[in-house]
Design a protein around this ligand. Structure first.
Ligand code: NAD
Ligand code: TDX
Length: 332
């Protein structure tokens, strides 16, 4: 299969490309990535000499670029997005652009060139905060921040293209991913790298918000399965089944690094902070997927990756990230 993967220089996309090429020897991958602050070609440096892999720098909102790279592929997997909730509170424009108009440009090209499959990567956040129980694919979307609202917009547009034009769209909505190569604005890599630097860990609000953690390689396996075995027009939730309160997660990270709990620093809550996300993953289980990595072991492996990969994250944290962090946490 020849795949176009968008956003492949980011966290999940880079893990996914590596997964595909390791699992399907005959596959080829074209990676279209704009290289925003979150896109890092070093995430795929190990594929530099792999003739099955091609990188194209470009914007998913650019209809001409998109048409050029899509021509001749068997399927498209769209990871490209602005992905960080806190940034969407400060500068939402890019979220609307990439997470809605980027999907639009891809859908138009997939329609025009009659591509056989378009897998759009979405998120559990589109369901909004879930006080009790878990979200099913048939539930309405109730996004509550500019990031999740943009993602929901992309999803609805994709589903409308299926409904009206029979563009063969599939959507995955996964819970919070963690693992190697995650940009250190997200809570796990931020807290691990701050702790390694003996810096405070800024915990929002009362620290009791709940996220369902999914190891990135488990998500990659599920996305790959949906791509090959999923039904067009369908949405698939992908949950890790590991609901953890932020404060417990923070303590676990500090414990793994042998750092004191006095590093935990309560800060003002994120505006509109969703309390809990939870997914019913019965549908993707029906395709034969189950998470393979136990949470505790995967968290330990992730912490160990950041401990040993300072060469990857130190330049990020001392570069452009610094200005963002100082704006986000002014007194820290
Ligand atoms: P990321 O921020 O690490 O990477 C995003 C990538 O997209 C970067 O390489 C960036 O350069 C690229 N990109 C951004 N705008 C672009 C544009 N206009 N054109 C081309 N490329 C562009 O994100 P991630 O955490 O890897 O998330 C990937 C996808 O998974 C996103 O769609 C996100 O909404 C979804 N998702 C993420 C999580 C999570 O926990 N990280 C959970 C559920 C769903
Ligand atoms: O400094 C922090 N302190 C803190 O307490 C940060 C950055 C986060 N948090 C809390 C907020 C959340 O309750 O930790 C939790 C996780 O926060 P993030 O890592 O920012 O992730 P979240 O907002 O849950 O969104 C993530 O999961 C869904 C991804 O960033 C999205 O791309 C994905 O769609």
């Amino acid at each position: 299969m020849k795949l176009l993967v968008t956003g492949g220089c980011g966290f999940i996309g880079s893990n996914f490309i590596r997964h595909v090429l390791a699992t399907h020897a005959a596959d080829r991958v074209v990676n279209l990535d704009k290289l925003t602050y979150a896109g890092n070609p070093a995430n795929l440096a190990d594929l530099a000499n792999d003739s099955r892999y091609t990188f194209v720098q470009g914007d998913v909102c650019d209809a001409q670029v998109v048409r050029d790279v899509i021509r001749g592929v068997d399927a498209v997997v769209n990871f490209a997005a602005e992905s960080h909730v806190d940034r969407s509170l400060m500068e939402p424009d890019a979220f609307l652009r990439t997470d809605v108009f980027g999907v639009f440009a891809l859908l138009e090209a997939v329609k025009e060139l009659k591509i056989a499959r378009f897998l759009h990567i979405s998120t559990d956040e589109v369901y909004g905060s879930v006080e009790r129980g878990s979200s099913r694919e048939s539930d309405p979307v109730r996004p509550s921040n500019p990031y999740s609202a943009s993602k929901a917009g992309g999803d609805l547009l994709a589903l409308a293209y299926w409904h009206t034009h029979r563009v063969p769209v599939l959507i995955t909505r996964s819970s919070n991913n963690f693992g190697p190569h995650q940009y250190p604005e997200k809570v796990i890599p931020l807290f691990v790298t701050n702790a390694l630097d003996d810096k405070p860990l800024p915990l929002y609000g009362d620290g009791r918000n709940v996220r369902d953690w999914l190891y990135v390689l488990d998500n990659c396996a599920a996305v790959d399965l949906v791509l090959r075995k999923g039904e067009a027009g369908e949405i698939y939730n992908i949950g890790g089944g590991n609901e953890v309160e932020n404060v417990a997660l923070t303590r676990a990270i500090l414990g793994l690094l042998g750092k004191p709990e006095t590093f935990i620093t309560p800060v003002a809550d994120r505006p509109g902070h969703d309390r809990r996300y939870a997914l019913d993953s019965g549908k993707v289980h029906g395709l034969g997927w189950r998470p393979a990595y136990p949470f505790a072991a995967a968290l330990e492996a992730t912490v160990e990756w950041y401990r040993t990969q300072e060469a990857w994250w130190k330049p990020i944290k001392s570069g452009a990230f610094k200005a963002y962090y100082e704006k986000q946490y002014p007194r820290r």
